[in-house]
Structures are given as structure tokens and as C-alpha cells.
Design a protein. Structure first.
Ligand code: E4P
Length: 217
């Protein structure tokens, strides 16, 4: 399983990119709004940092296929690494069909069932994004959904990649990797937590103490 970072915060993207652990970025309308900056400006800056797929979503207020297709083409024109994020609706599927026929990569977002994932894949989506945290929030097993989609895609030999989204903590990451997600898109805070272990800290402290005792500072 590969990692994308799920944020529009440029400092966090730089930090994760410098660690060499991410190969893509996902944003959504809430994450862009949080930065309070122009969409194109933020996306261009992100594209100058990470050399990999960057998901930019159509406007939250655009709900018709025609509008999503127009915006999708504009998003794709920003940079060759752009992936157009489209919500999982009937209109969204129509837009995915047209954009994918034009060779534009798409990421169908807000997936909460295996059937939604299958429909998005058949419409031509490059990626599907099941939101596991939001399912867990309503007492439904998000990891189980990833498992089912992975099995379904394997059975039918579907090339659409699964991006585990709405990842809330390090255990989600391990579970998604085992469930068959191709990618997990993870907030910086969770990536940072994944680097940590109290025994690593204790080990570093002991190595320093033992070294200094014999060789000095
Ligand atoms: C995925 O592409 C979304 O941006 C994201 O993972 C949503 O996560 P949330 O449920 O924590 O907002």
C-alpha cells in the first residue's frame, strides 16, 4: 500500500514529501476552504512540491454533469499530475465517463458502499475513495468495506485503484493495508504518529547515554 497525504496545507505536504513517504496528495472542498486561499494557487503550489497524482475536487456547489465536466477539464489543465475528484452521484458518474474517455484521471469520492465503488469503476474511474472514518463514526465497519471492494475488484480484474480515505489513526492504516487498499490518504498528524514508538525513544536515549559514558559528548 502506498501513501498519499490528505491535506491542502503546504507546510505539511513539504514535511511529508521530505520524509520520502508520500507519492501523491488528495484535497477536498473542506480542506481547501480551511486554507482560505485560491484553489488554483494552492494546487499549483502543491504540484510544484509533489511529483505524483494530486486530487482536486470540482466545486462543492457544482452538481450537474455538464458543470463537473467543464470544471474537470479546467482542473486537469492546471498540471499533468492532476486527478479530478468527483462526488459519487448519477451526475458524477456521467462526468467520469466523459472525462475518462478524454484521458483525464478521476477519483470518485464519498464512497460508502461496495456497489458505489463498482459503479464508479465501471464508469471509468482511475481511483475510488471509500471513507472509512466516517463509516466508523456511524457504527459501521469502514475497514470491512475496503476489504469487500478489494475482493470485488480482484474477482472481476478491475484496474481501478482503491484509496482508503477518512483515515483517522495509525490502526486504520495497518488495517487498510491488510484489507487490500492500494493507497491510503492520510492526514499529516496520523503520518507523524506512525513514526513514533516509546521503545524507539527509550532506545535512542540509552544508546546516547552508553556512548557518552565511554566516548564523551
Ligand atoms: C478523502 O479524499 C477525503 O479528503 C478525506 O479523507 C476525508 O476525511 P474526513 O472524513 O476525516 O474529513
Amino acid at each position: 500500500m502506498k501513501f498519499f497525504i490528505d491535506t491542502a496545507k503546504v507546510e505539511d505536504i513539504k514535511k511529508a514529501n521530505d520524509m520520502g513517504i508520500i507519492c501523491g496528495v488528495t484535497t477536498n472542498p473542506s480542506l481547501i476552504a480551511k486554507e482560505g486561499r485560491d484553489f488554483n494557487e494552492v494546487i499549483k503550489e502543491i504540484a510544484s512540491i509533489v511529483d505524483g497524482p494530486i486530487s482536486g475536487e470540482v466545486k462543492a456547489t457544482t452538481t450537474d454533469a455538464e458543470g463537473m465536466i467543464k470544471e474537470g477539464r479546467e482542473i486537469a489543465a492546471i498540471h499533468p499530475n492532476m486527478v479530478v475528484k468527483i462526488p459519487m452521484t448519477v451526475e458524477g458518474l456521467k462526468a467520469v465517463k466523459v472525462l475518462s474517455a478524454e484521458g483525464i484521471k478521476t477519483n470518485v469520492t464519498l464512497i460508502f458502499s461496495a456497489n458505489q465503488a463498482l459503479l464508479a469503476a465501471r464508469a471509468g474511474a482511475t481511483y475510488v475513495s471509500p471513507f472509512l472514518g466516517r463509516l466508523d463514526d456511524i457504527s459501521t465497519d469502514g475497514v470491512e468495506l475496503i476489504e469487500t471492494i478489494a475482493e470485488m475488484f480482484a474477482v472481476a480484474d478491475i484496474p481501478t485503484e482503491i484509496i482508503a480515505a477518512s483515515v483517522r489513526h495509525p490502526m486504520h492504516v495497518t488495517q487498510c493495508a491488510l484489507a487490500g487498499a492500494d493507497i491510503a490518504t492520510v492526514p499529516y498528524a496520523v503520518l507523524e504518529k506512525m513514526t513514533q514508538h516509546p521503545l524507539t525513544d527509550a532506545g535512542i536515549e540509552k544508546f546516547q547515554k552508553d556512548y557518552i559514558a565511554v566516548f564523551g559528548e
